[in-house]
Design a protein around this ligand. Sequence first.
Ligand code: CP3
Length: 322
Amino acid sequence: MRQAGRSLPEYRAAREGTAMLEACLDPALASEITLQPVRRHDVDAAIFFSDIVVPLKLAGVDVEIKPGVGPVMGSAVRTAEDVARLRDLGPLTAEQLAPVAEGVARTVAALGSTPLIGFAGAPFTLAAYLVEGGPSRDHLAARTLMHADPETWVALTEWAADVTGAFLRAQVLAGASATQLFDSWAGSLGLADYVAHVAPASARALSHVEDLAADGVRRVHFGTGTSELLVAMRDVGADVIGVDYRLPLDEANRRLGGRTPLQGNIDPALLEAPWPVLEAHVRDVVARGAQAPSHVVNLGHGVPPTTDPDVLTRVARLVHEI
Ligand code: CP3
């Protein structure tokens, strides 16, 4: 989950003096940072150190990640002309994606038998950053655009789907064993808007890795505040649904008809609670998750930067014991 490494002193030391997106595009550094939490916590899989805006950057979008803020654009994308300029940047080429592919290949070689999860942002979450120009509370400008100018919205989200889909595909071709599509802000949408204005682009993004599913490369789809969207998020072509901390997994499993593997659900807020409280929560999450066809234990959202890394190690050990 995002920021797993940020709570680690070795991460802060490795990142010293290097901007976030610069670190993502340095294959040796990205690989080293990916390995750090695996070494420390003895988890069963690694997630590639990168960011959802990396493919935008590679395509030529003026974007940076401001510490404590998140992705910020040089200028917001609001009009048909703005979107046409984006589309002129074209789809991502293998050459542009080379630093990502090299970072993944190095990481997979160093991980040995531990699998690597590749990931990308879903078109809506990327569009929310592009249209707002940066992080926002309720993604009002993006949600307005889809209704005010549906044609421009479709052009924008189709472009985002192809750029993010190419990023995802490059990671699998370089050796990632599974993919995760993060639609972090989809929870600001009602079901009708999700189905009409967002699901087609998410399906298009996942279609870039559809043929690789035959080789066992499973697709995880995650959002926050998406308790009402779980079925629609599965139906765009996901094999596994990531569940945040808001909905217990037995209920998520019921909503998904008992046939979809789940991921997630430990509440990041509890990482700073007294151990007996956290332990009871982890045991409850695992017990409820056992009702689903399978469950990849994970947090329900990112690791808070103030988390004591030893607590994460202890949680991983507890889950292995269970
Ligand atoms: O933990 C990991 O390193 C896994 C790799 C990873 C990162 N970003 C690295 C990162 C993953 C999977 C992401 C995905 C991501 N990035 C999402 C989707 C997941 C989610 O959390 O909902 C989103 C929305 C982003 C955009 C983004 N990037 C935000 C909101 C931030 C936080 C900004 C802040 O400082 O509060 C980032 C920065 C970021 N991406 C960091 C890391 C390790 C922190 C950079 C730092 O300060 O060192």
